[in-house]
Design a protein around this ligand. Structure first.
Ligand code: NAP
Ligand code: ZN
Length: 353
């Protein structure tokens, strides 16, 4: 065991602050990674503040961060996929049981005993729960370490490990492509990646935003049209017309307004995970035989496919790079929907702490 530098929070109402955490020494199958950049996902904030207590209560101290890009510093004796010096990524998953029906078909994210990168029981018992990427290093089983394409900016690559795969996976599964009309609700970290992927797949892309000032950015990011969701006339013009809508909103909102925009047999998939339950009108689903689904990140093979796609198409996240010392201000700005469009922490800043 060794100690790594990190930022943690000790309660739902405490700010994040500098600390040290235990990490295991790499086992035969582990890869040790020096973390270079870590994106800030809204899930970090939900967890740090224990907003998902009814589903997965936060164990403190909590070290968030699951959009990790770094360089391999050491590998265990049995590691074959990675070597010292490689640029790699780690997303929301660091282990699973490898043996359940879901793991056998590359759906590790649906494994009943998946180990998430933070706030998950630690299989190695180095600590009560896993600690995430707001840290200078991490040790991960080689099967959960992804290869990062060499042509991409690293700060903008980190968010692909969660925001990227979380939007890529449902868009792919829905068959989004030429001839399909696709809505993306909420232009934040997930939403802006959803726009980039839906556009790259060849769909007609419409962004729904509560922030009129994001209109120009939405078009620049790849949207064909932008609707300010408070404008009832603009919403009405799109009634019954969407094949697929991806809802990336982090807070309570009227989902029925979007269900009504779907064509018959259209689907709305939720990736946003608001703290409180959403109210659903049965009629918004019945009329039009519409369906409502959810989606959670993606499996490891699909995450590698997404990273390779991003390498081929030069897709990265639009990031504001910050030192870790600005993490608490960044959280407040995320809550105000004031981020363009993902914060990426330059982990070199942790050295000066
Ligand atoms: P984010 O960057 O904060 O973006 C959320 C966006 O939602 C905001 O930019 C805003 O967009 C919109 N929004 C915020 N408050 C709203 C409100 N009260 N009413 C309507 N719209 C509102 O968050 P993120 O990192 O993209 O994450 C989004 C959600 O997905 C979070 O709940 C997160 O936990 C969840 N998540 C799920 C998965 C998964 O696997 N399913 C993975 C990662 C994250 P506009 O300004 O454009 O309206
Ligand atoms: Zn995330």
């Amino acid at each position: 065991m060794y100690h790594a530098k990190a930022y943690s929070t000790i309660s739902a109402t405490s700010p994040l602050a500098s600390t040290t955490i235990p990490r295991r020494d790499p086992t035969d199958h582990d890869v040790q990674i020096e973390i270079l950049f870590c994106g800030i996902c809204h899930s970090d904030l939900h967890t740090a503040r224990n907003e998902w207590s009814s589903v997965m209560a936060t164990v403190y101290p909590c070290v968030p961060g699951h959009e990790i890009v770094g360089r391999v510093t050491r590998v265990g004796s049995a590691v074959t996929r990675h070597k010292a010096g490689d640029l790699v990524g780690v997303g929301c998953l660091v282990d699973s049981d490898h043996d359940c029906p879901n793991c056998r078909v590359d759906l590790e994210q649906l494994c009943p005993s998946a180990t998430f990168t933070y706030n998950s029981p630690d299989r190695h018992e180095t600590a009560p729960v896993t600690y995430g990427g707001y840290s200078d290093s991490v040790v991960v089983d080689e099967r959960f370490v992804l290869k990062v394409p060499s042509n991409l900016d690293l700060a903008g690559t980190a968010p692909l490990l969660c925001a990227g795969i979380t939007t890529y996976s449902p868009l792919r599964r829905a068959g989004v492509g030429p001839g399909k009309k696709v809505g993306i609700v909420g232009l934040g970290g997930l939403g802006h990646m959803g726009v980039k992927f839906a556009r790259a797949f060849g769909a007609h892309v419409v962004v729904f935003t509560t922030s009129p000032k994001k209109r120009e950015d939405a078009l620049r990011l790849g949207a064909h049209e932008v609707v300010v969701s408070s404008n009832a006339d603009e919403m009405q013009q799109h009634a019954g017309s969407f094949d697929f809508i991806l809802d990336c909103v982090s807070a309570d909102h009227d989902i029925n307004a979007y269900l009504n925009l779907l064509t018959h047999d259209g689907n709305l998939t939720l990736v946003g995970a608001p703290e409180k339950p959403l109210a659903i009108s049965a009629f918004a689903l019945l009329f039009g035989r519409r369906s409502l689904s959810g989606s959670i990140i993606g499996g490891i093979a699909e995450t590698q496919e997404m990273l390779d796609f991003c390498g081929q198409h030069a897709i990265t996240s639009d990031v504001e790079v910050i030192p870790i010392q600005q993490i608490n201000e960044a959280y407040e700005r995320i809550l105000k929907s004031d981020v363009k469009y993902r914060f990426s922490i330059d982990m070199a800043s942790l050295k000066t702490d």
